[in-house]
Design a protein around this ligand. Structure first.
Ligand code: MN
Length: 236
């Protein structure tokens, strides 16, 4: 293949216990999927259909312990928020799936952070404009290694937690999701053909908040490799 400009590396995520990596195609994210977080965002907790937004695949920022990921405080925000999330990695193509078929395309799981420029997201929300500027930017999706479902089994319950500088910030359980993984995949697959390499960020429990340069974040989901990052001042 000959390209007109130098090609970049395919975005990818390490796999726990393997030298192989998981290539990333699309990053889908679910909004307001835990009741307590929906309330803190000013939303209605009645069970509406789930809604989705996307991040660019190259927003992925893989972190492998014992390393601590260095994540630069992003441009153009003064309200930079953490959202700890279970990430589902898709390993097979699937479209118009029933909830009972959805688990069959899940390849694995990882701990991720849906980092958010909350001020920009809210500005856009108020103006009824797209959220992209608040959600998709450099290093907006830190992620720990992916664990194959063949090793973990199906994840439908278990603690999901985030600490900032050693203090508890977010505490939830995967079983608190409004739309569980099979149902969200079924919904999403009515709108898109899901493809190998797609990632789905499955929503965050309550306790989201702002971070600043120097803050150390540790995210955990029971049974998965934890995710540690430090927010650093941008290189000028
Ligand atoms: Mn989120």
């Amino acid at each position: 293949m000959q390209y007109a400009i130098p090609a970049w590396e395919l975005p990818s995520v390490p796999i726990a216990g393997s030298e192989a990596r998981f290539p990333v195609r699309h990053i889908y994210c679910v909004g307001r999927n835990y009741a307590e977080h929906t309330k803190e965002m000013g939303g209605d907790v009645t069970k509406e259909a789930p809604f989705f937004f996307m991040k660019s695949a190259d927003a992925i920022a893989p972190v492998v312990p014992p390393a601590v990921g260095r994540i630069e405080y992003p441009l153009a925000t003064s309200n930079y928020h953490h959202e700890i999330e279970l990430v589902v990695a898709i390993g097979r193509s699937g479209v118009k799936l029933a909830p009972g078929e959805a688990q069959s395309i899940v390849w694995g799981y990882a701990v991720g952070l849906d980092m958010t420029r909350r001020d920009l997201q809210h500005d856009m929300r108020e103006k009824k404009r797209p959220w992209d500027i608040g959600k998709s930017f450099a290093q907006a999706a830190p992620i720990a290694p992916i664990h194959p479902v063949t090793a973990t089994g199906v994840l439908s319950r278990g603690a999901i937690e985030l600490d900032v500088n050693g203090a508890a910030r977010q505490r939830g359980d995967l079983s608190d999701m409004i739309w569980d993984v099979p149902n969200m995949i079924a919904f999403l697959s009515q709108m898109y053909r899901l493809e190998p390499g797609d990632l789905i960020f499955t929503g965050t429990p309550s306790g989201v908040g702002a971070v600043k340069a120097g803050d150390r974040l540790e995210g955990r989901v029971a049974g998965l490799t934890p995710l540690s990052i430090e927010i650093v001042a941008p290189a000028s």
